[in-house]
Design a protein around this ligand. Structure first.
Ligand code: ARG
Length: 466
């Protein structure tokens, strides 16, 4: 017996592995979560071997029974994991041989861990993408419900974090629904590239047996087999893409959380977090901190980090498989877990928020928020916009000096800046008129927002994709 006995590669080795090296190279601690996919792939591979005449029907049955027994052990938490077997693939294979006998040793015919891990990750991600899509739809549904509930409530819209023009609260919330719809699009698009079968690529050059890869792809629900065996075992684009989509989704949720934490300040006073989604201070008795929102914002950092980690790992790797690629898993799993946590907590947090609509309405009409409407009024009376801008700028300066809002200036005062201003001007300067004027497709006029809401609702309810 060679000193490498116990390892699947024992034959070649005269010495056992150094314990530090063994601990260092093992991936079992994290890749064990891939076990359902590893078994699914092995079942399909066993069938493909039988179809190719490489194993008998009896052997196929023995392999399938053995795999079912291994699956049961894993599902019931009584699988004997062995770190010295390095990863989940070799753990499962060794256990199969123990349970099914020497026929278990036929399963790896024509297969390599290199095409096997690529397969497992693709099967795993396919499932993850469906779950993430579901989670994003939950966030959309919460936003849509709140938008519908407060349809008509006005608030200040901001640019440069300065009050800019009145908008509907619903319009603001719908902006996030639209962003999240793009995230769903990206996930669906990325799924097309996840859904390619790597199995049959072997270690790198392709399996040396007549495997029907088209049939195998169909059986595993992939659209096509990979076109190049070398690419198939060294490609992690689909991981990078998913991590990128996760990072962008995280960025959107982070911005939503940033808006809400800002709105929850005494300075804004636009929302109050429910006690159930806030925390207190250990020293300041009066504090109510928006920790949940802050952490949603904070989690985006690790989503970005995971993307950059895998990009950096892949850069400069010569073809084909390299062990560096084992480092794709922890960032991937961390992003999956992080997204799962964020998507679970965001909807109930949103649903339990109190919007302080009176305070928002008050702010919406203050600080010359309808100055653009006065300029637009003058444009409708025939003045070129640039001149109107100048006229209103001077009017605002006058108002500031007098401590008066535009609507508080008398008709005479206003006419001092332009003779085009008439008695109908005050009506044009209200928040309601300002909102109603923006009836353009995609604008904040109540009718436009009502239509946008219905359209967004229809999209968000369209499940089943990606
Ligand atoms: N644990 C490995 C990974 O995660 C599986 C493939 C290993 N292949 C190999 N030849 N070492 O990438």
């Amino acid at each position: 017996m060679s000193a490498g006995a116990g390892k699947p590669w024992g034959g070649r080795f005269a010495q056992g592995q150094d314990p530090e090296a063994e601990a260092f190279t093992a991936s079992l601690a994290f890749d064990r979560r891939l076990w359902p996919h590893d078994i699914e792939g092995s079942v399909a591979w066993a069938r493909a071997l039988a179809r190719a005449g490489l194993i008998s029907e009896g052997e196929l049955t023995a392999l399938l029974d053995g795999l079912a027994a291994v699956r049961a052990e894993l599902a019931e938490g009584r699988f004997p994991f062995r770190r010295e077997l390095e990863d989940i693939h070799m753990n499962i294979e060794r256990r199969l041989v123990e349970l099914a006998g020497p026929v278990g040793g036929r399963l790896h015919t024509g297969r390599s861990r290199n095409d096997q891990i690529a397969l497992d990750e693709r099967l795993y991600l396919r499932e993850v993408i469906a779950r993430v899509d579901e989670g994003v739809r939950e966030v959309q549904a919460a936003l849509l419900d709140r938008a519908e509930e407060h349809l008509g409530a006005a608030m200040p819209g901001y640019t440069h974090l300065q009050r800019a023009q009145p908008v509907l609260l619903s319009h603001h919330l719908l902006a996030y629904v639209v962003m999240l719809e793009r995230d769903r699009d990206r996930l669906r698009d990325g799924r097309a590239r996840v859904n390619v079968l790597p199995l049959g690529a072997g270690a790198l050059a392709g399996a040396a047996f007549p495997i029907d890869r088209e049939a195998l792809a169909r059986e595993l629900g992939f659209t096509v087999p990979s076109a190049n065996s070398m690419d198939a075992v060294s490609d992690r684009d689909f991981v990078v893409e998913f991590l990128s989509h996760a990072a962008i989704l995280g960025m959107h949720l982070s911005r939503l959380a940033a808006d809400l934490t800002l709105w929850a300040t005494s300075e804004f006073g636009f929302v109050e977090f429910s006690d159930t989604f806030a925390t207190g201070s250990s020293i300041m008795p009066q504090k109510k901190n928006p920790d949940v929102a802050e952490l949603i914002r904070g989690k985006s950092g690790r989503l970005y980090g995971n993307l950059v980690a895998v990009l950096a790992t892949m850069k400069g790797l010569p073809l084909t498989y390299n062990s560096d690629m084992q480092e794709d898993k922890e960032p991937l799993f961390d992003s999956v877990d992080t997204l799962r946590a964020v998507l679970a907590v965001a909807p109930p947090m949103l649903r339990s928020l109190t919007f302080k609509v009176e305070r928002m309405r008050e702010a919406a009409g203050a600080h010359y928020s309808t100055a653009t409407d006065l300029a637009d009024y003058l444009v409708r009376k025939g003045l070129p916009f640039r001149e109107a801008h100048e006229v209103v700028g001077r009017t605002v300066r006058h108002g500031l000096a007098q401590g008066k809002e535009l609507g508080d200036l008398t008709l005479e005062e206003l006419r001092g800046f332009s003779p085009l201003i008439e008695a109908d001007v005050h009506r044009a300067l209200t928040v309601e008129a300002s909102l109603a004027a923006r009836a353009v497709l995609g604008g904040t006029a109540p009718d436009a927002v009502r239509r946008a809401l219905a359209a967004a609702r229809a999209l968000a309810e369209k499940g089943g994709h990606p």
